[in-house]
Design a protein around this ligand. Structure first.
Ligand code: HEM
Length: 413
């Protein structure tokens, strides 16, 4: 394995269960150029510095391209126009200031602490119901039984998506999440599938937003859709749709992974599981350590706008850059004994939710969901044991997490 192909090793599914030794090799240089021209940033200090550097752009998503239909009117007029609009109105995670900041401001105004705290009771009730459904079985399939249905239900409730429509989102959200994976971005087929999915979910959202304008409720989508009525600068429909889709996707697979990685880590560290069970107050620290030790988002990509000299390397203008958050989280220069899962460590300044301008807007909600899920699982599952270690993983290298986690149980209390 040569140093300029290490990131290809990270992307290789064979290394999904344990990419950390590759990260260790990558950290020998803070920034390493890969054979395909990408620059991988792997140390805590270099990631931190670049997260706050305006010379790095988040507008690195390839332009939207709809598949040919054979209908000349569509292929030459309608679809090129649609492509141009979609590219200009990407979701805010793929945008730079000033547009990014304006859109993020709109979202933050709706994503209030009160709205998140109000979901607390609902999350508790959902977790209990989902666990109750496993009664009488001697195994729990954690992703299917709890980690997946919980965040979808919560995000739908927050946005104001009717419960009956939830199942549609599974395929949509899973497909759209691949837009973060470098392999899928290079693959023409996958890019086309993303555009087709985006069109389907956008058509759904357009209808829903129209409905919210007519019959507003106390949810985020109603709030965003009715800004103009309150005398605030209105959000254009295309931005409103792309923001709604982003919230749905961003709040989904990531939280699934945090809960599943969390339970996997606790079952691998039974002492910590027992401690959490005895003292649920430990949960907030434990979640922070999880976000360091097994983060749901391993890396995010950027594009260099100018030449950037860092850690003895010059990143040239236009070069793709990978911020390898999960490697920074295990940097021994920053954390003592970084490969040890230790919720008692004093200082846990992780990149689990990124940092800088694009810091996760859903962090408070994700923390509440993971905390309630893990504390309740530890309390209610009797003698939980992993059925396979390592479990099988989903394809994603960026959004990394088990595709399922089988847990033997002796009962439910
Ligand atoms: C455990 C769960 C979650 C994790 C690990 C996570 C992680 C992240 C990370 C690493 C970023 C930074 C992306 C970048 O730098 O390019 C981010 C951004 C974002 N997250 Fe989350 N997220 C989680 C849950 C959520 C939830 C529940 C929501 C919404 C309901 C959400 C909405 C967003 C949005 C909108 C952004 C883009 C912010 C911007 O570009 O300014 N996330 N998230």
């Amino acid at each position: 394995m040569s140093d300029d192909t290490l990131f290809a090793e990270v992307l290789d599914g064979a290394n999904r269960a344990n990419p950390y030794p590759i990260y260790e090799r990558l950290r020998r240089r803070p920034v390493s150029r890969q054979r395909d021209g990408a620059y991988v940033v792997s140390t805590h200090a270099a990631i931190r510095s670049l997260l706050f550097d305006p010379r790095l752009s988040s507008e690195d998503l390839p332009p939207s391209r709809r598949p040919r239909t054979g209908n000349p009117f569509k292929d030459w007029i309608i679809n090129p126009l649609k492509n141009r609009v979609a590219t200009a109105h990407r979701p805010l995670i793929f945008r730079d200031p000033p547009d990014h900041d304006t859109l993020r401001g709109f979202v933050m105004k709706e994503f209030t602490i009160a709205r998140v705290n109000n979901l607390h009771g609902r999350v508790e009730a959902l977790v209990d119901t989902l666990i109750e459904r496993c009664r009488g079985r001697d195994e729990v399939c954690l992703v299917e039984d709890l980690s997946y249905p919980l965040p979808v239900a919560v995000i739908c409730e927050l946005l104001g998506v009717p419960e009956a429509d939830e199942p549609q989102f599974h395929a949509w959200a899973t497909q759209l999440a691949t837009a973060l994976e470098p392999d899928a971005r290079r693959d023409e087929e996958a890019r086309r599938a993303t555009v087709t999915t985006f069109d389907a979910i956008a058509a759904y959202m357009r209808r829903l937003i129209r409905d919210k304008r007519r019959h507003p409720a106390d949810d985020m989508l109603s709030g965003l859709a009715r800004r103009g009525d309150r005398g605030e600068p209105a959000m254009g429909d295309v931005d409103l749709i792309s923001t709604a889709v982003l919230l749905l996707v961003a709040g989904h697979e990531t939280t699934v992974n945090l809960i599943t990685n969390g339970m996997l880590t606790l079952l691998r560290h039974p002492q910590e599981l027992a401690r959490l069970k005895a003292d649920p107050e430990r949960a907030p620290r434990l979640i922070e350590e999880l976000l360091r030790y097994e983060p749901p988002v391993h890396f995010r990509t950027r594009k260099a706008l100018g030449a950037i000299e860092i850690g003895g390397t010059t990143i040239p203008p236009g070069a793709p850059v990978v911020l390898l958050f999960a490697s920074g989280n295990r940097d021994p220069e920053r954390f003592s004994d970084p490969d040890r899962f230790d919720p008692s460590r004093d200082d846990i300044q992780h990149f689990g939710f990124g940092g800088g301008l694009h810091y996760c807007v859903g962090a408070p909600l994700a923390r509440i969901e993971a905390e309630i899920a893990l504390v309740t699982l530890c309390r209610r599952l009797v003698e939980p044991r992993l059925m396979a270690d390592p479990p099988s993983y989903r394809a994603g290298a960026s959004l990394r997490g088990p595709s399922n986690l089988g847990i033997h149980i002796a009962g439910i209390v």
